[in-house]
Design a protein around this ligand. Sequence first.
Ligand code: GDP
Ligand code: MG
Length: 164
Amino acid sequence: MPNLIEELQAKQPRALARAISLAENDPIGSAELFSQLHPLQKSFKIGFTGPPGSGKSTLIRDLLVRACRQNLRVGVIAVDPSSPFSGGALLGDRLRMNLAGFDPEQVFIRSLSARGHLGGLSPGTILSLHLLEYYGFDWILLETVGVGQAEVDIMYLADLVSVI
Ligand SMILES: Nc1nc2c(ncn2[C@@H]2O[C@H](COP(=O)(O)OP(=O)(O)O)[C@@H](O)[C@H]2O)c(=O)[nH]1
Ligand SMILES: [Mg+2]
């Protein structure tokens, strides 16, 4: 995977998307690979948690609009409950946010599956946050469905937690 690391170092958005897929599909195998990437700066990480339908994605979209006006670069990870049919993430959040037409150079949005880790954040999600920080976003926004342990995990990872 030396190419992937080089492309990440060159800040190619497609490499970031591929790296997150790898982190999600093989968190144990990719943890060592990605541990060689050391973020040069700290991103301001905000966690959004609360029950489904409480308005987390809507608030995140409004924050994205404000961040873009201030020329901030923002990475978003939305952890959706696993679909009982495909095991993948539900598309709703990403679609709703993408429809707002953000500049892909400035805003990166990714839905991840909870993969049965409803009791907290999955290793793939934690690795993905590390990748976004390495990539150099000013803000990282993380949306999770509030189910107890996820709020506890998010408190350790985020600089600010918003319960909606
Ligand atoms: N009236 C009202 N509706 C809202 C507000 N925020 C979100 N909604 C609506 O509530 C629904 C669920 O919002 P969403 O952001 O998808 O919730 P999430 O599941 O927590 O991400 C959507 O139909 C939104 O349009 C709000 O502040 N006021
Ligand atoms: Mg949502």
